[in-house]
Write a protein that binds this ligand. Structure first.
Ligand SMILES: NC(=O)c1ccc[n+]([C@@H]2O[C@H](COP(=O)([O-])OP(=O)(O)OC[C@H]3O[C@@H](n4cnc5c(N)ncnc54)[C@H](O)[C@@H]3O)[C@@H](O)[C@H]2O)c1
Length: 285
């Protein structure tokens, strides 16, 4: 299958990043979200990302303009009839993703792959919501997308070899290094990462250390580039909570129960960097 146009569903921090690397890699991009303001915010993030590349002399200002000419932002999902490959990066909620995939299935050409950037939700269940389950796959980009090399590629029970090969090849064309994982809640990356983040929130709740001290200890003591609480803020505390819930329900082990302090932050709207406040506070972008 020849891929020229990539559709991206969700113009948040991940969707924006996926659209950006797709543009930089020469693809046409259709980007959708629920509202004009959400799309404007996503587009502004892409422009900002490309501006950084111009400043670092990785691309020229003329390259940037050409890339932006290849970007179409639309709230009309029927425009996705032009897509050769779609990556869904909407909010981490199972019911929402199932609805989006049902809709995409009716709009996107039958031969095109529908990938999801879900952090934890069953690829097998998402695939089963479509009439092309063999063409559905997990394509789990890391945050921030332009900087992080890895894509975790997850096969659902129904995913075909052809879909897997096409996704691995596309990942490489996007300048990334794909690694495959099987379809269990949280796959590999979050199965290992989220218990650590959750435990750091418990340590904060129980007063074992301040947020700064917990993060400093893990940065210097475990040689992590950033501490678990700062990382949770970067990921989004709402996303962390949803991933933990999926793992708790799907694996049935109480060790994945979300820390009450994490729940409280999400209830307060303290979602991390994207909302200006999480375990730390951030200047408005
Ligand atoms: N944040 C991370 O570090 C990270 C890393 C890897 C994967 N992910 C996954 O990527 C996905 C998106 O996460 P994010 O951090 O970009 O979240 P985000 O909150 O920044 O963005 C989500 C976007 O989806 C949009 N959206 C909601 N419903 C929609 C719909 N019906 N159609 C189109 N758009 C819709 C929202 O308006 C929002 O703009 C989630 O599945 C998440 O688990 C996140």
């Amino acid at each position: 299958m020849e891929i020229k146009t990539i559709g991206v569903v969700g113009a948040g921090q991940m969707g924006g990043g996926i659209a950006q690397v797709s543009l930089v890699s020469g693809f046409h991009v259709l980007l959708t979200d629920v509202s004009g303001p959400a799309l404007d915010k996503g587009r502004a993030g892409i422009v900002k990302g490309l501006d950084i590349m111009v400043r670092k002399e990785k691309i020229t200002a003329a390259d940037k303009d050409k890339m932006l000419d290849r970007l179409v932002a639309t709230t009309n999902l029927s425009d996705f009839s032009a897509c050769d490959f779609v990556v869904e990066a909407a909010t981490e909620r199972r019911d929402l993703k199932l609805t989006i995939f049902r809709t995409l299935d009716g709009v996107v050409p039958a031969g095109s792959v529908l990938a999801t950037n879900t952090s934890s939700i069953s690829i097998t269940a998402i695939a089963a919501a479509t009439r092309r389950p063999d063409k559905v796959i997990g394509m789990h980009f890391m945050n921030p997308v332009p900087l992080m090399k890895l894509i975790e590629v997850i096969r659902g029970l129904q995913t075909s070899r052809e879909t897997f090969d096409a996704t691995m090849e596309l990942s490489r064309r996007l300048g990334k290094e794909p690694v495959s994982a099987n379809d269990y809640p949280g796959f590999v990356a979050n199965r290992v990462l989220m218990p650590m983040i959750n435990e750091a929130v418990y340590a904060l709740m129980e007063g074992v250390g301040t947020a700064e001290d917990i993060d400093s200890i893990m940065r210097m003591g475990a040689n992590h580039p950033m501490g678990p609480l700062a990382l949770a803020d970067l990921i989004g505390l709402d996303t962390c909570l949803e991933i933990l819930k999926v793992m708790q329900e799907g694996l049935g082990d109480p060790k994945y129960r979300p820390c009450p302090l994490l729940v409280k932050h999400v209830e307060a709207g303290y979602l991390g960097k994207k909302s200006g406040r999480g375990f730390y506070t951030y200047p408005k972008a």
